[in-house]
Structures are given as C-alpha cells and as structure tokens.
Design a protein around this ligand. Structure first.
Ligand SMILES: [Fe+2]
Ligand SMILES: [Fe+2]
Length: 167
C-alpha cells in the first residue's frame, strides 16, 4: 500500500475504534438510566464502527493467525506496562492530576494480568495444545481482570463482587 493511503487507513482505524468504544460507553450509561432503545441504538452503531475498524485493520495487514494475534496482543500490553503508562504516570504526577493518576494506576494493574493471560494462551497455542480458559471476571469500575473465582471485593478499587462482568 502506498504511504499516504496507509497513513489515512491507520487514521480511519483509530477513529472507528474510538467511535466503537465511545458508543459502547454511551450505551452503558443509557442502559443505567433504563433507556433500553437508546442503549440499543448506541450498541448497534458501535458494532457497525467495529466492522469498519476490522476492515481497515485487515487492509493494513494487522490480522494473522492466533499465535500472531496473541504476539501482537502481548506486545501491545507490554508496551503499555513498560513504556506508555509509566511515562504518562510521571507526567500526571508532575502535573498533580489526581483523576488521571487513578485511571492510569487502574489500567496498568489490569494490563499486567492481560499480558499474563495472553502469554499463557500464546504458549499453549504454540505447542498446538488445546487452550482452555476458566471463567474470567472484569471489574466494571476499574477493569481489574481475574480468571477463576470472583473476589468478594475488587482488590484494585474496592467495589463489591456484584459489579463484576463475567465471560
Ligand atoms: Fe489490557
Ligand atoms: Fe475494581
């Protein structure tokens, strides 16, 4: 692909990815207010944006086999843990941005669990063994991620077990 088109498709992928996320977040808040049809509208359009993002990402050659995709996921989480968030954390500390510091702390702690989960899956896939995952639980407040049992309260943000979403 020629450079200018590649840059444009990368920008389109970033934009569609953000729209997808933003609409899902809006749906979450509409749902909280009991506005079911509004939530459904946001979720439906969010899905369309995901399809666009998928097509752009595919055009960019970002999709491989499961092992390659897991490598890409491990690399992304590793970058966030070792470079991106530590740098953002340092700036937020310098600027005394309390809200940002909390959001960064919650993200970085969860990313560590994500990295381990992806690494474990990758090692299994590489050996050609059957990958099995126990139920996995995510705290809806902070994103704390755990495989197996739901903790009584979130060890990262302190919210009760009821707010966890299971997959
Ligand atoms: Fe992550
Ligand atoms: Fe939490």
């Amino acid at each position: 692909m020629r450079k200018m088109t590649e840059d444009n498709i990368k920008a389109a992928f970033a934009g569609e990815s953000q729209a997808h996320t933003k609409y899902q977040i809006f749906a979450y808040y509409a749902e909280k207010e009991g506005k079911k049809d509004l939530a459904r509208l946001f979720n439906a359009v969010a899905y369309a944006e995901l399809v666009h993002a998928k097509n752009h990402f595919k055009t960019l050659g970002g999709i491989g086999g499961n092992v390659e995709n897991l490598s890409s996921a491990v690399a992304g989480e590793t970058f966030e843990i070792t470079e991106m968030y530590p740098a953002y954390d340092a700036v937020a500390k310098l600027q005394e941005e309390k809200g940002a510091l909390r959001a960064i702390k919650w993200a970085i702690e969860a990313e560590k669990a994500h990295k381990e989960l992806f690494e474990k899956a990758k090692a299994t896939e590489e050996k050609g063994e059957a990958y099995a995952l126990a139920e996995i639980h995510i705290c809806a407040e902070c994103g704390y991620t755990v495989e197996g049992e739901v903790p009584d309260k979130c060890p990262l943000c302190g919210k009760p077990k009821e707010i966890f979403k299971s997959f």
